[in-house]
Design a protein around this ligand. Structure first.
Ligand code: GLU
Length: 432
């Protein structure tokens, strides 16, 4: 299975093609139905949550550097906004589909609700391989995408962010295009921008930081002292690399990290700082490693904790039985298929879900949005302190459901999210 220098969880990166054993929409719908069983929820609310409120499909003509024009397809799926404006990333990836955007937009709704953020869920993307584009082409594509989406987005309506294949630079172009069209500087239309134009300090590291915080709490919960815990991280993009660095700093032994070419492996713990980050040298994880293994081998290492932080659908019914980690913390969005989840549950391997673990990205996006609409920047210390607090609050809420209902972490996270969403839907009602 392909790994990647980035992640699906949040933000910048280099996508890789892979076969999809299950579409994100299928997984998201199955997870919803399954979790709904644990709650005495209004069936009408569940019915509404199975469908996106709106899906915008656009054609984006791009003039390549050599002058020829190619038309690409883009989407923005807006799932639910009962708790606030739509929120979620935009990915540039050849495997983007309408269904994938819808599935990922559903996950954003649950993610924002688990974190108790006043946002709903959205996701968008363009069917394109960003690696094939020059910077100029990427800029023209992003500006035109902003123009095409202009009617359905806005700082109080739908706020995009980085995801696979997009980064702070793309967010700058997007913000600039929207602002120029509106005739006023509108930083709050998008998050994940550079701080110099209203981005938040700490936003880029936030998804990896939240994965590390949740991994730390999971170790504590299951009685693994961090200094004695071995961790394998699939993916060395912003999520994987930041999570690996923090866990290393906090004393864990990170024994394997990988990118699309394979994994660096040292059973006694890697020197994480010596591995080039994506910014320093893309896809160079294996280049300086003494011992390398494949991504397939990484996933099956006998470690205490596995963090899949690359692409979706890496843990499937084909390999779930061979995973030897005691705990799984999802860094990517949707790394575990529905079928694999069932196997892990049967094998008593806890899977801490993406909608909790990597939610630091959208949480700091929320902080960024607050800074933008209030026109007041926060210091990095404040961002990290508030992120820590929000993560611990969400962890406690989910842990409580795990303990009282004796259900999986994913079901518990859904229970927390769905109860909040259902209450909001019931309070607001169906109109007209
Ligand atoms: N793309 C990120 C995610 O999947 C962040 C979304 C956001 O910040 O709005 O959580």
């Amino acid at each position: 299975m392909a790994s990647n220098t980035t992640n699906q969880a949040a933000d910048a990166g280099e996508p890789e093609q892979q076969t999809e054993p299950e579409s994100a929409l299928e997984t998201a719908r199955r997870q919803l139905e399954r979790a709904a069983i644990h709650l005495d929820l209004n069936a009408n609310v569940i019915e509404r949550l199975k469908h996106p409120m709106k899906v915008q499909r656009v054609s984006i003509p791009l003039e390549h550097d050599d002058g020829h024009v190619e038309v690409f397809t883009g989407y923005r799926a807006q799932h639910d906004s009962v708790r606030g404006p739509f929120k979620g990333g935009m990915r540039y990836h050849p495997a983007v589909t309408e269904d994938e955007c819808i599935g990922l937009s559903m996950w954003m709704t649950w993610k924002c609700a688990v974190m108790d953020l006043p946002f709903g869920g959205a996701k968008g993307g363009i069917v394109i391989n960003p690696k094939s584009l020059s910077d100029g082409e990427k800029e023209r594509l992003t500006r035109r995408f902003a123009q095409e989406l202009r009617d359905v987005i806005g700082p109080m309506h739908d706020i995009p962010a980085p995801d696979m294949g997009t980064d702070a630079r793309a967010m700058s172009w997007f913000m600039d295009a929207y602002s120029m069209l509106e005739g006023e500087t509108t930083p709050g239309v998008v998050t994940g921008k550079p701080p110099v134009i209203g981005g938040s300090y700490g936003r880029e590291d936030a998804p990896g930081r939240s994965v590390a915080i949740i991994a730390r709490e999971a170790c504590d919960y299951y009685g693994y002292p961090l200094e004695e815990t071995t961790v394998a991280v699939q993916g060395f993009g912003s999520v994987g690399a930041n999570a690996a660095h923090l866990l290393d700093e906090w004393g864990a032994a990170v024994v394997a990290v990988s990118d699309v070419n394979g994994a660096a492996y040292d059973p006694s713990g890697l020197e994480i700082d010596s591995i080039p980050t994506h910014e320093e040298e893309p896809e160079a994880v294996t280049k300086y490693a003494d011992e390398t293994i494949s991504n397939e081998e990484l996933v099956e290492l006998a470690v205490d904790m596995l963090i899949p932080a690359a692409v979706g659908n890496v843990l499937t019914e084909d390999n779930a039985g061979d995973v030897r980690a005691d705990i799984i913390v999802e860094g990517a969005n949707g790394p575990t298929t529905f079928a694999a989840d069932a196997i892990f549950e049967e094998r008593n391997v806890p899977v801490i879900p993406d909608i909790l673990a990597n939610a630091g990205g959208v949480t700091v996006s929320y902080f960024e949005w607050l800074q933008d609409i209030n026109r007041r920047a926060w210091q990095l210390e404040r961002v990290n302190e508030e992120l820590e607090r929000e993560m611990l609050t969400a962890w406690e809420a989910v842990r409580e459901e795990v303990n009282t209902r004796e259900i999986s972490w994913r079901d518990a996270a859904y229970v927390v999210a769905l109860s909040r969403l259902a209450k909001a839907h019931e309070a607001r009602g169906l109109w007209p």
